[in-house]
Design a protein around this ligand. Structure first.
Ligand code: PLP
Length: 396
């Protein structure tokens, strides 16, 4: 067969095999590198789902829910279609809706406030802390009104928000806490996993998260088994028995294929977090050299927390110049987030303006994320560090 011949010849052609492999350009996040390390395990898991031809919910999803409930340290977990839906379903389970207010941070991915708005409730933004980029508890206390129903802190970049203070405020005012743990799976606070402190913990399995699937996926952990039951109704059309609908729900289920993939990856999650922490430690050594004059400030990590570095985010007043220098030298960076949510057109109806949250606004101007994925090589990291150092040397 001509095509088969061509492809075999192609693979064997001396022009290809003798050419030294060109150095791969550095990636900000190299998912292929991770795939290469677990390919066989993943293929096996995927094959077994195909053999079963059972694709929606089912045993794989149930097992993943059990394993993640155990990992996070809560009685129950409920898979769903995305991290965005995890937040949305948690709010629906609490019957948050029009007329209600939910307090959150403007310095986060859009889905946090988007989920609140989707229920018809009002997102109420409060400013962040400059050192952790996480929500400022004293600002939460000031924003509480009789309409406040919940607080939605985000454990941004993989570091827990100030949970003790947030939980104390929530208790005092009888508010639910819904943790946006999309970036923090595996991160601990006083020895316990994020996602286990509030009434709900909401996780995302978007491919760039520390535990990523092969598409979209999400999960809600809860400390209340009755609420878990309600979440299961909500994610599947309000139905427990076929063609019987107890409440209005939606279709937000997790696929068996995604669950099977996630169960494989969960076995590696802690090792991957350790690799991210090693990279962060090397970056910190560099930052220590430049921190005195505050030209390069490493992200803070309070001693009672473990950071899982979904992103390693520096604060750099000369961000644009450093970013351009890195780009010129083939080093990819990113900015999370270039503009806080309160100044985005989608949230203009809330009536905030530039100046409403100065700490978040300043962070947006100064943050710079460096590659920190587990498989990042030592050579690549050395190159990143020396290129940053050369930028600051050329400044003197
Ligand atoms: C990724 C993310 C989400 C949304 O998750 P999806 O699975 O992409 O819907 C929500 N909040 C934060 C903070 C995130 O980083």
């Amino acid at each position: 067969m001509a095509t088969a011949n061509t492809s075999v010849k192609d693979q064997m052609s001396p022009a290809r095999s003798s050419k030294p492999a060109a150095a791969q350009p550095m990636q900000f996040l190299d998912l292929k590198a991770q795939y290469a390390t677990i390919k066989d395990e993943l293929r096996q898991a995927i094959d077994s789902v195909f053999e079963s031809q059972h694709f929606i919910l089912g045993e794989e999803v149930q097992r993943l829910e059990e394993e993640l409930a155990h990992y996070v340290g809560v009685p129950a977990a409920v898979g769903c279609a995305s991290g965005s839906d995890a937040l949305y379903l948690a709010l629906l389970a609490l019957q948050v809706g029009p007329g209600d207010e939910v307090i959150t941070t403007p310095f986060t991915f859009v889905a946090t406030a988007g989920a609140i708005a989707r229920t018809g409730a009002t997102p109420v933004f409060v400013d962040i802390l400059p050192d952790t980029f996480n929500i400022n508890p004293s600002a939460i206390a000031e924003a509480i009104t009789p309409r406040t129903k919940a607080i939605m802190p985000v454990h941004l970049f993989g570091l827990a928000a100030d949970l003790n203070s947030i939980l104390a405020i929530a208790r005092e005012h009888n508010l639910a806490v819904i943790e946006d743990s999309a970036q923090s799976i595996g991160a601990t606070y006083e020895g316990r996993q994020t996602g286990s402190f509030g009434l709900f913990g909401c996780f995302s399995f978007f491919p760039s998260k520390n535990l990523g699937c092969a598409g979209d996926g999400g999960l809600i952990t809860t400390t209340d088994p009755q609420l878990a039951d309600r979440l299961k109704l909500l994610r599947a059309h309000g139905s427990r028995k076929k063609y019987q609908y107890e409440i209005i729900g939606t279709n937000s289920r997790l696929d068996a294929l995604q669950a099977a993939i996630l169960r494989v990856k969960l076995r590696h999650l802690d090792a991957w977090a350790k690799a991210r922490q090693r990279h962060a430690a090397s970056y910190r050594v560099l930052c220590a050299d430049y921190a005195l004059n505050e030209v390069l400030v490493a992200p803070s990590c309070p001693t009672h927390s473990t950071h899982v570095y979904n992103q390693f985010v520096l604060r750099v007043p000369q961000r644009e110049a450093l970013r351009a220098h890195l780009q010129k030298n083939g080093i990819p960076t990113d900015v999370y987030y270039p503009s806080p949510l309160h100044v985005q057109p989608a949230f203009a109806y809330l009536g905030y303006r530039q100046g409403s949250f100065p700490v978040a606004e300043k962070a947006s101007e100064e943050v710079l994320a460096l590659p920190v994925y587990p498989e990042l090589t030592e050579q690549d990291q050395d190159r990143i560090v020396s290129t940053i150092a050369s930028f600051f040397k050329s400044q003197n």
